[in-house]
Design a protein around this ligand. Sequence first.
Ligand code: T1G
Length: 711
Amino acid sequence: MTAPVLLIPTAPHADNIAIINIDNPPVNALSHAVRQGVVEAITEAEQNKNIEAIVIYCQGKTFIAGADIKEFGKTPKEPHLPDVLQRINQCNKPIIAALFGSVLGGGFELALACHYRVAVRGTKLGLPEVTLGLIPGAGGTQLLPRIAGVKLALTMITSGKPQKVEQLEDYGIIDFLISANNSNKDHLLTETILFTKQLLEKNQTSKIISQQPMALNDEKKQAAQVLCQQFRDKSAKKSRGQQAPQSAINSIENSFTLPLNEAMEKEREYFVACRGSAQSRAMRHAFFAEKTAAKLIHSGEIKSTPTEIESVAVIGAGTMGGGIAMCFANAGINVTLLEMSQNNLTKGINAIAKRYQQAEKRGIINNQQVNQCMALITGTCDYQDLDQVDLVVEAAFETMAVKQQIFSQLDKMCKPEAILASNTSYLDIDEIAKATRRPEKIVGMHFFSPANIMKLLEVVATKYTDTQTLTTAMTLGKKMGKISVAVKVCYGFVGNRMYACYGREANMLLLEGATPQQIDNAMVQWGMAMGPLAVNDMSGIDIGYQARKENTARPDDPCYFAAADILVEHGRLGQKTNVGFYQYDEQTNKRSPDDAAIKLIRTHAAKLEIKQRSDISDEEIQQRLIFALINEGAYILEENIASRASDIDAIWLNGYGFPRYLGGPMCYADEIGLEKVVATIKKFQRQAGNTYWQVAPLLEKLLAQDKKLTQ
Ligand code: T1G
């Protein structure tokens, strides 16, 4: 393994300029070896009298993209990053950072510790630590306010969102912005060396940000404190329940209320506290869960390279079909939208145009991009027009007969190598595959509504799907910016199968006497984005009702989703009928409790002879819904419907609003301990007296072996 850091004593055409060359693929993360190598290279350069300046340059696709997240959780080894940045600061020769790619976290902090920064256009600068439950831990909360002001520091650090150097030109962070774009890296080295030569010729004194005073007069200090409080309030809503943004704001406030060395010590203290927190463990798990999910587990089969997908078709121009068509257009792929009637097709395309206009109004997309995307979408009512597409996604009516008819038609009309995918949420894709002569090319691509917003894509392998097809669908998902997770066929695949258990318990609690608002408030309090019953009202209670009617394997239990069913049978479908579990104002769509719904449920519970309880606590609600998820997830793992516990977490984080700072249901189970999970499930089994609470054998087995679900 070659050393990731090398000192090149003389740069091309510049004998007095050295290069610290970093080569630590894939993102030049600041591993221990890199940190040590940089310190050693600086010491060596200082001792070489011919060297008058030093350029820090990286190989690969990006400048340093941050600390090595894989090292967190292990015993930190010196030199720690703050020591490295201190070393840069103290160097008696100017150090210039040559920036490109994604300069994130510790990479950006290292650049700020350098004396100068040169970048190519398109370079992204960011401090994304809060997305990992951390705060910048090597001076970022002190250096960025000094060079760019408190407001930009608060914005970038609490959001974690990177910004392009072009957007930051007025802040003086970059000393020389090269006209070449991100891809032209060699140009970057040449220009940086030229820039450094000019520095030396001008004998320019080094500019050290940490030595720049942060002296704000009383008026400005007060204004900055007001700003910090505004960001505290905003983060408390936007990043509800998360500690890191609040710690980051406190550290930024220290940048103008404490002397630098005290503020740096505080920053390190807050960083170490965050790094050791359960929230950061969960968010780091989430980060790697999403990366790992993209990797197919090949049971002995050879890996396949994905087929290049240049043109696709979507069958059905309804809400889902339209959203899916937008996903492809947004990724720059030609998409043909097929509907059975011109009227429905026109309606569908108009609806897409409206969604793009709304996105443009919100500043998410500009008009040129809207036009580019719309130009990629064409409509047809004729299957003949699909004869050259590389892949089709069917998003038609959710009945097996309709889908088998469509796939049979597609099989006849599309070229033999075309992949045919179904967006079905529940139906057995093995059965759909049988309606074709190409079962190996049939796959599920299950998008989540709204398809153009939700990041999750469940890629469902039938028992016939070949590796090439699966790999292509997974890669296509990543190209659309989705978190693709490979799963197998069962009723509801992974997400919806687990969601059915979550909804089952919510319904049982309603029949036992809890109100919709009590259940929803308990789950929002626990950390979910929305309560299950409000979600059900939003998507339409009749959708699940219809699916349960179609589901021949539904439990033979009159109580199963009985609360939802009784509402549907009384015409209460949710928001679309202004009444469901709640009532909705016809003008404002504002949700409010509805005694009529509660009365209907109570009456039905009496018919089912369900004992009413007045002692249902929020904790019981939270445990019954969340432990139902965990238990079903364990069954899913045992049946190999999902390959990894972390895949299940990636699904719940990106498709169902599971709080990221809890890492997903399987990560959460490990964090609270399987002993508590199993004991509580057994308690519910005794209390409910039904078959729903059989502890998954995998949980018992892992508990007996003192192992975790996510290790
Ligand atoms: N550490 C370790 N591995 C990393 C990594 C990191 N920081 N970033 C990426 N990887 C791995 C990733 O797991 C994958 O591995 C491979 O690199 C390619 O990633 C002290 C404390 C840089 C925009 O949060 O945002 O600095 O799956 O598929 O799409 O204050 O990676 O191939 O085995 O995402 O081109 C702050 C996180 C750390 C950056 C590139 N930095 N990374 O995207 O590639 S905390 C981050 C990203 C910190 C300081 C604090 C992206 C990317 P594998 P990829 P990509």
